[in-house]
Design a protein around this ligand. Structure first.
Ligand SMILES: [Zn+2]
Length: 78
């Protein structure tokens, strides 16, 4: 499987839902154990991690970031 470039550092950053501005930094790394990529978002002194599996990548033509830190803590997920 070819490596899919999902995110290029220096381009548009995901927007932090808390600060309402682009996050400070995004890192991505391939995790063979999970058969996918781990994205780590840095903002307001916190980090958020999101896994993106190879299956997700293969089944999507394009993957874009929307909001980071948008998941409610202990709230109801839809
Ligand atoms: Zn923030």
């Amino acid at each position: 499987m070819n490596e899919v470039v999902l995110y290029s550092l220096g381009e548009a950053l995901p927007v932090c839902a808390v600060c309402n501005k682009p996050v400070d930094k995004v890192e991505s790394m391939y995790h063979p154990n999970y058969m996918g990529k781990l994205f780590r978002v840095y903002c307001h002194g916190k980090t958020e991690e999101q896994m993106l599996s190879d299956y997700d990548v293969c089944s999507s033509l394009q993957i874009t970031f929307d909001l980071a830190f948008h998941r409610p803590l202990g709230g109801n997920n839809i």
